[in-house]
Design a protein around this ligand. Structure first.
Ligand code: ASP
Ligand code: MG
Length: 415
């Protein structure tokens, strides 16, 4: 067994998007290798490769079977690990490319959204001991009966964190095309601030509510095994954002604002007010694998209820078809579907302990003539469903209202 800690790094698609970028990643790996650092590197498919593969499949059939789709999509990562490994060899350093299966990443059998169950580390340690940089294909694994699976879009982050957990790495570095996690998307808010630190729970909310920086499952694993994640750019060497336990951070009310326009709202109007209706509606969608992001039941005065559901935009058509059938059973008077809605959320570990947050949020939206259609809140987030074309102005207004361009987020020890 090697006794040095193994550094786990993950490079996203744009970081290995061209032969040039692959060479530059190889240089970075080489320079750390020369300092005696053991590295395990997880790589995504080259930029757009996964989308192109998916697009070809969809040209052949609108409903590719999940098993073959996974077989297809995993080839993207196989290309990038092979090329990156060759680039490292060119620098005179030993490296070995491993697919998820070769690396011993065992998953369950849910194609296209498999969960990692176990990672056999012996082979990894053997290659590291022999002086290799180990380069692993992200986003994929294998079942106990040798079926190739993928972990869901963006799943390479999860591969990296799961490996960091298995190898008990002190940190998992996620290299990407942005500088880190910001108080809001810098594309929308020009003075958005790079967060030096963020808590796991907050980061999970960021990931789940529209910031595409990290795969939510990766944050769950990091939090469970207490592995700090460092999100940073592969294009320069400045520090990015470190994701750690909330308890290590100074309290602030709000850490950031996120927006998600890829949602749809379905309303079932005047549904009979009797037991079992909510169960029937939810089950019909769950059976079709549709994830309900938010469900709100409101009371009317005529012994009926209105149900509003928020789902992802790509599930809208499918869900409408299903609910159309269910609506007869639950005697809904009408179904409304609106895909031109968006969710704006304010996130922070201090939401629950600062009673003024909601009022400040709603006031800022009102001052900008933004109508709120639905509201939901949790301990660390308040989310409003609004009209999609007002999303950017809502994000700017909230960033300003919570003065996030001046936010300082420090660890308790450095305070
Ligand atoms: N290549 C996969 C995707 O585009 C996985 C990843 O990049 O994390 O979703
Ligand atoms: Mg990604």
């Amino acid at each position: 067994m090697i006794d040095l800690p193994v550094k786990v790094k993950k490079y996203g698609g744009t970081s290995v998007g061209s032969v040039e970028s692959i060479r530059s990643v190889a240089q970075d790996l080489a320079s750390e290798h020369q300092q005696g650092i053991q590295q395990l590197v997880v790589v995504s498919a080259m930029a757009k490769a996964t989308d192109q593969l998916l697009d070809m499949a969809l040209q052949i059939t609108p409903r590719p079977r999940a098993r073959e789709l996974d077989m297809l999509l995993t080839t993207g990562e196989q290309v990038s690990i092979a090329l990156l490994t060759m680039a490292v060899h060119e620098l005179g350093i030993n490296a070995i490319a491993l697919t998820g299966a070769q690396c011993g990443i065992l998953t369950d059998g849910n194609f296209s959204r498999a969960r990692i169950q176990n990672i056999a580390t012996d082979k990894i340690y053997k290659f590291l001991e022999e002086g290799n940089i180990v380069i692993v294909a992200g986003f994929q694994g294998i079942t106990s009966d040798q079926e190739i699976t993928t972990l869901g879009r963006g799943g390479s982050d999860t591969t990296a964190t799961a490996l960091a957990a298995a190898l008990k790495s002190p940190v998992c570095e996620i290299y990407t095309d942005v500088d880190g996690v910001f108080t809001a998307s810098p594309r929308i808010v020009s003075d958005a601030r790079l967060l030096e630190f963020i808590g796991y729970d907050e980061m999970l909310e960021f990931a789940a509510s529209g910031s595409h920086v990290l795969h939510p499952r990766c944050v769950e694993i990091a939090s469970k095994y207490d592995i700090p994640l460092e999100v940073r750019s592969s294009f320069h060497h400045r520090p990015g954002t470190t994701v750690v336990r909330e308890e290590l951070l100074e309290k602030v009310a709000i850490t950031g604002v996120t927006g998600d326009a890829e949602i749809a709202r379905i309303a079932l109007m005047q549904v009979k007010d009797i037991p079992g209706v909510a169960a029937r509606i939810s089950k019909s969608l769950a059976d079709a694998n549709v994830h309900i992001q938010l469900i709100i039941q409101g009371i009317r005065h005529d012994q009926t209820n209105d149900f509003s559901l928020i789902i992802s935009q790509e599930d809208a058509q499918h869900s409408q078809d299903i609910l159309q059938r269910v609506s007869q059973e639950v005697k809904a008077q009408e179904i409304q579907v609106d895909t031109h809605v968006a969710r704006v959320s304010v996130i922070g570990s201090g939401v629950a302990s600062n009673p003024g947050v909601a009022a400040r949020m709603f006031q800022a939206l009102a001052d900008n003539e933004i109508n709120i259609q639905l509201i939901s809140s949790s301990e660390i987030r308040i989310a409003c469903i609004i009209q999609e074309d007002q999303l950017d102005s809502a994000i700017r207004a909230l960033h300003e209202a919570f003065d996030l361009s001046n936010l300082e987020r420090k660890t308790i020890s450095t305070a």
